[in-house]
Structure formats: structure tokens, C-alpha cells
Design a binder for this molecule. Structure first.
Ligand code: TNX
Length: 507
């Protein structure tokens, strides 16, 4: 009897392995239909592409991803597919898949990935990677077989904006770190990287017309370390790397508060014409630009002009949060005045929720973080919103009382809490038509190494990526936590220092 039971369990688990619909994909696709049989990737497989240079690059990216673990050196070829191969194509996809959607057809004869745009192919490639055994992420040769159950996945995002923010001002992170971070978030179909490039503790982007910003203002960080900054060339390198992963970079210069690094670098930006001292602690809300001086606006114009010239994406973020040292009238005057600047250089402005108090330009986007009153004020003025509810998506919040890193002013956010919420109901008074999407910030007052970044971001970010990408209906924590548990070996293979939450049944 016992043996029959074991055989039965064995059969069931084999069956599940065969089913495409049992794959642990994050974010969860819109639909999965099972087929019969399976596709096996072998050394004789090729990657075929129809058309563009962009697809060629994605083909090479895929071949590069598959190489270390499989040991296969898969050829990328323009042409139609042959048996046993992977085929990437920009023709024949359904229009409803939009810019980032894709259809993935898997059968014993091959894998066909179709999309309207290269971005969709890139997102579909992430799905394909997640369908292979977790060991595909290892950096050395592993045993196959490299099998994927047959079937069809049709998939597209619910929201067009799915962002991750990295604060490189409180602690500076190198170009290499940022590129590595881009690779990690691309795996979960994140499409925006917001870089918080200036704050009280540091100015991190070269501005040629104001060189002391980085020479002096970039010379330290929280705790008094040596800080650092990106030259414009390095920033362009980051932007291009992100673009190759279909991720848009949004640079942020935080104004008029959170500006001590600039105020320490240039005396004339202060109302009393006296430069402040550099600051390496973690208080907020004590610094402000001088709203009544013309030089302030000349400065912002120069900064935005230089930044816009090296930022291909549509947005420049100009902060606006926690300006407790700016008189309210000055704050409103200031925000009203600066909104025209990104526009002048062909960009849309984003600001944190407090900017809702000003006269919002029709193109200005507002980022909610804590106060629904501001969010409602913003949408009443016609603004579109990015939602970053601090109690759910602030990745610098501790998991629980024992977490050594992080802060807890908004909440302690365990994995269930960061997953169990939805964009359409997050802020009373807002509906999906007001919402561009979601963004999860990582503020780095307490985060000083890449290991720290990984520990706070994983595994919360994958769930937040799913909130932005996957349909709200049918979402369930009980189902998700099992899927996330299956990502444990994958994150391990990727060498991610993730938080092993006890809420998750890790495999
Ligand atoms: C609030 S949220 C801030 C940041 C801090 C963060 C710490 C927001 C727009 N401002 O300056 O780093 O809290 O959690």
C-alpha cells in the first residue's frame, strides 16, 4: 500500500513537472495553456530572429545568458526557425499585446516568441529563462536536461510603469553595482530605474557648468565615507546598459529641500550667501534652496539642461519632498517656477506628492508616498500618479523587529504585507485611469553594500513587480508564496543575498 502511495505521489509530481501551467513564473503571466510534450534545448539548438538589429542583440543576450550553465554556444541567425530551436519574431503578434507583451509558444519542435516590439521579446526572454531549471542561472556548467513543458503563454502588463528606485546619494554605488542591479530587476520585468542622484549627503552626477557640486558635494556620504559621483560619460553608460534591458532611467535631483550637498558646494545658493558644511548624518528636512533668488533658477536650468541632454527617457524627477525648511509660500512659488524647466528641454517633470500643492502643469507626474490628501489634490488637478505607498513598497523598511538594516518609520514590511495590496485600491479616490504604475524605492541611509541592497530588495521586489504587471483578479498570497518559494533556488543560483522569510515555503 505504502509503495503504491509513493508511486502515486511520484506520478503526480512528474505530471506537474510536465505542465507549463505549474511553472513558477514571477510576475504571473496573463494566461498559460498547457500543450503536450516538451521542448529540450540542446547544443544543436540555434536562436533564429526575423529582422532587426535590435532582435539580433536580444538573441545574443539570450545566447550569452544560456551559455555558462549549459555550456552551449548557441548560434544566433537571421532566418526562420529549424527544429529544436528558439525563434524570436516581430511579426504576427496580436495588437493587444501592446509595447511589452509577448506570446510564447513551446512545443517539442521549438520555441516561438512573438511580440509587437523588441521590448516584448525581451520580457518574453525573461519568462523563457524562468521556465528553464533554476540551475540555468549558475555561472558554471551544470547538468541538463534543459527541458520546458509544452504550451502557450500570452502575457502583457497591466501597468506601463513598473519602477525601482535606488538612492545613490545617501550611500554611493559604483557603475558596476548599478549595472548588476539593472540585471537583477530586469529578470522581474521592471522597466524603470529611478536614480536618486542628489540629497543632503551627496551630489552624484557631474554637472559641467557647476563643477564643485561633485568635487565638493560628491566627496562624502552617510557615515563620512568617501562618496563618489558619476561622470556624464559613466551616467550615459548606465543609461545605455539599462536601455539594452528595456529599462528607462529617470534621474532625480531633489529640490528645494534635501539640497545640503549643493548648498555646501556653492555659497550663492544659500539665502545668507554662506556655504553650509557637508553633512553625513541622516536627518531630513533641514536644508533649502533660496526661492527668492534668481541664481537658484539659473542653477536649476543649467542642471536640467545638462541632465536632459544625456537622458533619452521622457522624465526628469525634481524631488519636492519634505521641504520642511522652506516657507510654504516660497515652496509653492518655487515649484510653480521650476515646472517649466524640464518642459523647456523636452522632458516631463515628476515630483513627490507634496508638489500637488502647486499649480500643476498638465504634463507633470506626481509620485505618491504617504499622504492620500496630496494624491487626491494631484488627480483633481489632472495629474497622473506613480504609486509608492511607503507602508508597502519602501524597501528600506525593516522586515520585522529583528531586521538589522533599514528603518521602520512607515511600517515593518514582511513579504505577505508587501504583496497583499493592489494599485487600484491603494489610495482612496484614485482609480486605474489616474495611475501610471508602481515604484519601489530603496533609500540607503542604512544600506552601504551590494549585499545590503540585495537583502532589502529580495524577495520583496518580485512581488511588487507582479503587482504592476499581472492582472489583479485571482491574486492570492497562498498561491504566490509557493511560487516565490520555488524562486529560492533561482535567487540562490543568481547569488542573491535574499531574506529567507519564514513566511515562504522555500524549496
Ligand atoms: C522619506 S519618501 C524620504 C527620504 C528618506 C526616506 C527614508 C521621500 C520622498 N523622502 O528622504 O530617505 O523617507 O525611509
Amino acid at each position: 500500500m505504502r509503495y503504491i502511495f509513493i508511486a502515486f505521489v511520484f506520478l503526480i509530481s512528474c505530471k506537474q513537472k510536465q505542465d507549463l501551467s505549474h511553472s513558477a513564473l514571477i510576475p504571473k503571466p496573463v494566461s498559460i495553456t498547457n500543450g503536450t510534450g516538451a521542448f529540450t534545448l540542446t547544443g544543436a539548438s540555434s536562436i533564429y530572429m526575423n529582422g532587426s538589429e535590435e532582435l539580433q542583440k536580444i538573441g545574443e543576450y539570450l545566447s550569452g545568458k544560456l551559455k555558462p550553465a549549459t555550456g552551449f554556444d548557441l548560434k544566433t541567425t537571421v532566418g526562420t526557425s529549424s527544429r529544436g530551436s528558439i525563434y524570436l519574431s516581430l511579426s504576427g503578434a496580436d495588437a493587444k499585446l501592446g509595447e511589452e507583451g509577448y506570446t510564447l509558444n513551446i512545443s517539442d519542435s521549438g520555441v516561438h516568441l512573438l511580440a509587437n516590439r523588441a521590448a516584448g521579446i525581451f520580457r518574453g526572454v525573461q519568462t523563457l529563462l524562468q521556465l528553464l531549471p533554476a540551475s540555468i542561472e549558475q555561472s558554471s556548467k551544470q547538468n541538463g536536461p534543459w527541458e520546458i513543458a509544452a504550451g502557450t503563454i500570452e502575457d502583457y502588463p497591466s501597468y506601463s510603469f513598473r519602477g525601482s528606485m535606488l538612492d545613490v546619494a545617501r550611500h554611493f554605488f559604483s557603475v558596476e553595482d548599478v549595472k548588476h542591479y539593472i540585471d537583477l530587476i530586469a529578470f522581474y520585468k521592471i522597466n524603470v530605474l529611478h536614480l536618486h542622484l542628489s540629497d543632503d549627503q551627496g551630489w552624484r552626477i557631474e554637472i559641467k557648468s557647476w563643477p564643485n557640486l561633485t568635487a565638493h558635494g560628491g566627496s562624502t556620504e552617510v557615515g563620512g565615507g568617501k562618496g563618489g559621483f558619476y561622470t556624464q560619460e559613466q551616467y550615459k553608460d548606465i543609461v545605455n546598459y539599462a536601455a539594452s534591458r528595456y529599462i528607462t532611467v529617470i534621474p532625480e535631483i531633489d529640490l528645494p529641500g534635501h539640497t545640503n550637498a549643493a548648498l555646501a558646494s556653492y555659497a550663492e545658493l544659500n539665502c545668507n550667501d554662506t556655504a553650509t558644511a557637508l553633512y553625513t548624518k541622516t536627518e531630513v528636512g533641514f536644508s533649502t534652496f533660496c526661492a527668492k533668488k534668481d541664481i537658484t533658477y539659473k542653477f536649476i536650468d543649467d542642471v536640467v539642461r545638462e541632465l536632459a541632454a544625456i537622458t533619452p527617457g521622457p522624465y526628469i524627477h525634481l524631488g519636492g519632498d519634505e521641504s520642511h525648511a522652506t516657507a510654504k509660500d516660497d515652496y509653492i512659488l518655487f515649484i510653480n517656477k521650476i515646472q517649466g524647466i524640464p518642459k523647456k528641454y523636452g522632458k516631463k517633470m515628476i515630483g513627490w506628492e507634496e508638489i500637488a500643492q502647486s499649480n500643476l502643469d498638465s504634463s507633470t507626474v506626481v509620485q505618491f508616498w504617504t499622504d492620500p490628501k496630496y494624491a487626491n489634490e494631484a488627480v483633481n488637478k489632472g495629474a497622473k500618479m506613480i504609486l509608492s505607498p511607503a507602508t508597502k513598497v519602501y524597501l528600506d523598511m525593516k522586515y520585522d523587529s529583528t531586521t538589522k538594516l533599514g528603518l521602520d518609520w512607515a511600517a515593518r514590511i514582511e513579504i505577505d504585507s508587501s504583496y497583499i495590496w493592489s494599485l487600484s485600491t491603494a489610495v482612496k479616490g484614485l482609480s486605474p485611469k489616474n495611475i501610471l504604475g508602481v515604484e519601489a524605492p530603496l533609500w540607503t541611509e542604512t544600506i552601504s553594500s551590494f549585499d545590503d541592497i540585495e537583502y532589502m530588495v529580495f524577495p520583496r521586489l518580485p512581488g511588487i513587480a507582479e503587482i504592476g504587471w499581472s492582472p489583479e483578479e485571482g491574486k492570492s498570497w497562498e498561491e504566490y508564496k509557493v511560487r516565490l518559494g520555488k524562486h529560492g533556488p533561482r535567487m540562490k543560483a543568481m547569488n542573491i543575498n535574499f531574506y529567507r522569510s519564514r513566511q515562504v515555503p522555500w524549496e
